[in-house]
Design a binder for this molecule. Structure first.
Ligand SMILES: C[S@@+](CC[C@H](N)C(=O)[O-])C[C@H]1O[C@@H](n2cnc3c(N)ncnc32)[C@H](O)[C@@H]1O
Length: 203
């Protein structure tokens, strides 16, 4: 198991998977004003990881140079408050790879606290680099959302862009071509198991 500070029960735990050069984590860790929070970033690219370590030097941030599939298993179940993925590579979100990536998100689901969130900012790009039509965009968004709902996630919020306060190297590049690269943010949560059994029966 990952060894966290002894106060970890009272810490809010935020995990960014594939944090790249750490720009977003740097911002989030600086902006955090509410509960004491530990930010953990995982990135398997050595050069980007080094860039992130050069950028962030804060007691409330831990950076790990490894594959997130490996490291997510180290967390105890129901210990993570928020998981963030900004523009995950196609192997972790593309329809073509669905059978390969589903187990990653099932693991994330296990590790999230009840009502903990998974936030994914992702994109659709036309193969021929033409503008993405509304029909293609909403068909894709619906399919992706349903894939997560089938795993048991609830839907907290859907945005047809990235959150305004988010910045990252890839995000800032993608934002420059909004017609051909259309962004989607899914804010998902792990429901309280009790909700189903305790909800009043409708007549
Ligand atoms: C498209 S980039 C996005 C980077 C960053 N989030 C951003 O928005 O600038 C995807 C990132 O995920 C990292 N990555 C891909 N697979 C990974 C894995 N299995 N474990 C850890 N990091 C991974 C890549 O090295 C890359 O930095």
């Amino acid at each position: 198991m990952l060894s966290l500070p002894t106060t970890s029960n009272t810490l809010k735990l935020v995990l960014e998977l594939g944090m790249g050069d750490g720009r977003l984590l740097f911002k989030l860790s600086n902006d955090e004003q509410s509960a004491p929070t530990l930010f953990i970033g995982i990135e398997n690219n050595g050069a980007l990881y080094s860039e992130a370590t050069g950028r962030i030097n804060a007691d409330n941030v831990v950076l790990i140079n490894d594959s997130f599939e490996n490291r997510i298993r180290d967390f105890e179940n129901e210990t993570i408050d928020n998981v963030i993925m900004i523009l995950p590579d196609p192997e972790y979100v593309d329809r073509n790879y669905h059978d390969d990536w589903i187990s990653l998100y099932e693991n994330i689901f296990l590790k999230l606290k009840k009502l903990g969130t998974l936030e994914i900012v992702t994109e659709i790009i036309d193969d021929l680099l033409q503008p993405v039509s509304n029909a293609a965009y909403y068909t894709w968004a619906k399919w992706l959302l349903e894939a997560f709902v089938k795993m048991g996630f609830g839907v907290k919020e859907i945005l047809t862009e990235a959150p305004d306060n988010y910045t990252s190297t890839c995000l800032d590049r993608f934002r420059q071509d909004p017609k051909r690269i259309r962004l989607l943010t899914l804010r998902l949560f792990k429901p309280l198991a009790e909700l189903e059994s305790k909800s009043p029966k409708r007549t």
